[in-house]
Design a protein around this ligand. Structure first.
Ligand code: FEO
Ligand code: CA
Ligand code: CA
Ligand code: CA
Length: 616
């Protein structure tokens, strides 16, 4: 069929079959091979001790690759393509499979400190002998860096220094220690990495005395962000080694206000202080992706990943300056410190086949340095952004994860991963055009399960300007296994791979969308990576490229199709196991030559390169 678009030049593949969710393997298409580039615990510095999880050691972990890699980019740094920077965040920890069970006491405290050192971010130099060759990481390279739960950060933006951000340890309200639960992110056109502080509420003890009036402002704020208001302890128990994680302590009542931001890291400068940008608001940030339009205007698109939360956009006051001059660089590093913050409201038409479409408005929360929200100051809007967005009647979405502008067309893609309470929980919203499930049965009754499989929205900014305040939109995909009521694949009628719970998005050089999932287990398959053409006859044709091992999530896809390579961060493999009954032995089972400390054989979250074999 000559009219069909040419297959990918760099990454031709035949879709793999979905892989049953009990499988402990990484499955790639025929003609491809995979290699781990770096694993949890691999030494980054010459001084790093060897990996030995049988003895948790915070100092060792500070100098090793962290746990549960999620956002990933591979920045090639030379013309010959032989050097690169691997930039990767480490979302969370699972002590029950990482380390042996411990009694209380000093060993327990060291274990907690090791966990604090296992989250955050890594920058690692890579090298290879030529194109189409595997990358390897360079131990002791100049730019290698670990950022953890104790690394100093600087707060920027209008809320920096505000009393809401001051603590006993930091009366300036500008200097925070650490980042954690960093989920997805984005790489900026000026060469820095953004990362979203997502489920930060789990890290703080935040119980209130019985009888606290529910209208108490602090109670309202904490409840809106999902803190546990009754339990005398946090999920991770870090308050046992660092009192700032006990937010019931008057000295640290504002410590939780210092998390939930977009952070920016300059991977090219290992001495730079990473920053948290209050101008982009505080919520359970999945990530942020920047677009610069033809006039140099800059926007960052962001999702708040919780059921019924919102989609946001930040528009910088400054304009992007191209080029590598010192002044351009200084300008660009300030782009995310000052600007307008918007939240999205959708309206539209609900069609029987879920080919829904409509228009939308970006509603300002902060504009020209002033709050647009009645009764809230700028600092309050930036610190309690969810409360601000509630007041302007933004659209409550189905867990917006990655929100990513297309590098060529500027259309913005929003992965709404799922929302099992849509239309099912008492008092919660039912389906709307932009959040189309649950569909109705023949009697007009909502089908159970809400939006179990998620969907992807395609947004077009009016006049193609990133600072537009209105847009049009349509559904691109309504996901689900074959035959699920309401599935929609941009009108594509042929066979597609089963897909559920879209999370991370990426694009290849030909403009195709790639989607990785977090929740295919709901349809009894391992999480996976898919390619979806956006134009031509194959628009909407979902094709599965790979699957990752049992109970892992496929994150951070990076598509270097011209180089015949795909990279994924395999996150939380085997996380349903225990220290003595591990579920997964990823990734070392494919390399029995690798020396292992002792006889430990648990899973190691790893960054993997998948390379096309054969002639170029
Ligand atoms: Fe950490 Fe929104 O997934
Ligand atoms: Ca994740
Ligand atoms: Ca995610
Ligand atoms: Ca997710």
């Amino acid at each position: 069929n000559a009219a069909r678009p040419a297959p990918s030049r760099g990454l031709p593949f035949t879709a793999i079959k979905p892989v049953p969710d009990t499988t402990d393997d990484l499955v790639v298409p025929e003609g491809y091979q995979w290699f781990p580039i770096i694993r949890w615990g691999d030494p980054l510095f010459h001084t790093s001790p060897p990996f030995d999880p049988s003895v948790p050691d915070a100092e060792a972990q500070e100098e090793q690759f962290g746990y549960n890699n999620d956002y990933l980019d591979i920045l090639v740094t030379d013309r010959r393509g032989r050097h690169a920077l691997l930039c990767c965040n480490h979302e969370f920890v699972n002590r029950s499979i990482m380390f042996p069970p411990r009694a209380a006491g000093a060993a327990e405290l060291e274990l907690l400190r090791a966990l604090m050192a296992a989250v955050g971010f890594s920058v690692v130099e890579l090298e290879r002998s030529g194109r189409r060759r595997p990358w390897r990481y360079v131990r002791g390279a100049r730019l290698n860096r670990r950022i953890t739960a104790t690394t100093p950060f600087r707060l920027t933006g209008a809320a920096a220094g505000n009393p809401l951000l001051q603590t006993a340890a930091d009366p300036t309200g500008t200097r925070v220690l650490g980042t954690f639960n960093n989920c997805s992110g984005g790489t900026t056109p000026w060469g820095t990495i953004l990362s979203g502080e997502e489920n930060f509420h789990n890290y703080f003890q935040s119980n209130f005395p019985a009888g606290t009036p529910p209208t108490t402002p602090l109670y309202v704020q904490r409840r809106r962000y999902g803190f546990n208001l009754t339990r005398a302890g946090s999920s991770y128990l870090w308050e046992r080694v660092d009192p700032r994680f006990n937010a019931t302590n008057a000295s640290y009542v504002n410590e939780p206000n210092r998390f939930g931001y977009i952070i920016e890291i300059d991977p090219h400068d290992p001495t730079s202080t990473p920053r948290k940008h209050t101008a982009l608001g505080r919520f359970k940030h999945e990530g942020a992706n920047v677009r610069v339009d033809a006039d140099g205007r800059v926007a960052a698109y962001m999702g708040d990943d919780e059921r019924f939360e919102y989609l946001y956009k930040f528009v910088s006051s400054r304009r992007f300056r191209p080029g590598g001059s010192r002044s351009a660089r200084a300008n660009n590093l300030e782009l995310l410190t000052e600007g307008d913050l918007y939240v999205a409201r959708f309206s539209g038409e609900d069609r029987a086949d879920n080919a829904n479409l409509g228009v939308g408005t970006w509603i300002p929360l902060v504009a020209n340095g002033a709050s647009v929200v009645p009764g809230m100051s700028v600092a309050e809007v930036l610190v309690f952004t969810r409360l601000a967005a509630d007041t302007v009647q933004a659209t409550r979405m189905d867990r917006p994860e990655d929100v990513q502008p297309h590098p060529r067309t500027g259309k913005v893609y929003v992965a709404c991963t799922n929302n099992t309470q849509r239309g099912t929980a008492a008092g919660m919203p039912g389906a709307d055009a932009a959040n189309p499930r649950p569909d109705l049965d023949a009697a007009g009754v909502p089908l159970p399960g809400g939006n179990k499989h998620g969907h992807v929205i395609e947004i077009t900014e009016d006049d193609d300007r990133v600072d537009a305040t209105t847009f049009s939109w349509n559904l691109l995909l309504v996901c689900g296994p074959p035959g699920e009521v309401g599935n929609y694949f941009a009108g594509y009628e042929g066979p597609v791979s089963p897909i559920s719970c879209p999370d991370n998005l990426a694009f290849d050089s030909e403009g195709n969308l790639w989607i990785s999932t977090d929740g295919m287990q709901g349809i009894a398959y391992c999480d996976a990576l898919f390619k979806v053409p956006l134009v031509g006859e194959d628009r909407g044709r979902v094709q599965q490229f790979l699957a990752t091992p049992i109970n892992s999530e496929t994150t951070g896809p990076v598509i270097h199709d011209r180089d015949g390579s795909v990279f994924v961060a395999v996150q939380h493999p085997g996380d349903g196991g225990s220290w003595v009954a591990q579920q997964s032995f990823f990734p070392d089972y494919l390399d029995e030559r690798e020396a292992r400390p002792g006889d430990w054989r648990g899973p190691r979250p790893s960054v993997v390169q998948v390379i096309r074999q054969g002639p170029s």
